[in-house]
Write a protein that binds this ligand. Structure first.
Ligand code: MLT
Length: 269
């Protein structure tokens, strides 16, 4: 059963006050699951309803301005701002450090959370993500995406991203779920995310400070954060495990939910 709570976030030097919609399911120690760009908690729907809910209480917040969490009006969603939001959710839901799972942008946020508040993190799953910052071409791509969404709207972003998010031959129903999620994100949130993604720092040297068990997951066909990036991530973290999931591109938990759950289940046990 899914239950939801609303967690108030105070204004800080990093961003304005807001509140976060946090659906959860399962029982056992808490795990925080951070969604990617430009998505919301629904990307964890299969995970929430799958076997991992027997092992952990799965907390899947909508990040500010996504899903049912209101936008805060911040012009930039820095990874540090989103990490402070994640820290507030952890503090509201647990007296202990929690297992943190982040997909892509959620992975950048998980790394920022480790940089800012390592005491809140019990373990890390970094899925379909990378440690590096945007290079010049990627930064230009972010600007082009901002121009596209401002001029042509969210449908144009969904149209451009879908072939990169899902492996060729994806189930049309899955593609429709993803398209709906992308098209539901307000334009101002997409722009604020893109600005935050563009300016995020390189975390490569920080990887050596990660002192909790870490699992790196990637789809074998991920064109956005390919297996070579996942390998670099795993190489940088002492003792990290790497799992390459066949038949998935960038949204491994949605494309191959059983394999994703099996990998996390083995890691968490
Ligand atoms: C994501 O899935 O969160 C984005 O693809 C991340 C990115 O574009 O760097």
């Amino acid at each position: 059963m899914i239950t939801t709570r609303t967690i108030d976030i105070d204004a800080t030097a990093r961003g304005r006050a807001t509140s976060l919609h946090v659906p959860s399911a399962g029982h056992g120690p808490p795990a925080l699951l951070l969604h990617g760009y430009p998505l919301d908690h629904r990307m964890w729907q299969d995970t929430l309803h799958g076997p991992l809910a027997q092992l952990r209480t799965l907390l899947c917040p909508d990040q500010r301005g996504h899903g049912r969490s209101p936008g805060s009006g911040d012009a930039v969603h820095t990874m540090e701002l989103l990490a402070e939001d994640a820290a507030a959710v952890i503090r509201a839901c647990s007296d202990e450090p929690v297992d943190v799972v982040g997909l892509s942008m959620g992975g950048y946020v998980a790394l920022a959370l480790w940089a800012l508040h390592p005491e809140l993190v019990r373990s890390l799953v970094l899925t379909n993500t990378r440690a590096g910052a945007d290079g010049e071409a990627a930064k230009a791509g972010r600007e082009a995406s901002i121009a596209t969404v401002l001029e042509h709207g969210r449908a144009a972003i969904a149209q451009a991203m879908l072939p990169k998010l899902l492996a060729p031959g994806a189930d049309p129903l899955l593609a429709a779920r993803v398209r709906t999620m992308v098209e539901d994100v307000p334009v101002e949130s997409i722009v604020a995310d893109l600005r935050g993604l563009k300016t995020r720092p390189d975390r490569t040297t920080m990887l050596g400070t990660i002192a909790v068990p870490t699992l790196v997951v990637v789809g074998d066909q991920d064109p956005i954060t390919p297996p070579s990036e996942a390998q670099l991530l795993a190489n940088g973290i002492a003792g990290a495990q790497l799992c390459v999931v066949p038949g998935a591109a960038h949204l491994t938990p949605m494309e191959q939910p059983a394999a994703f759950a099996a990998a996390l289940g083995a890691f968490w046990r």
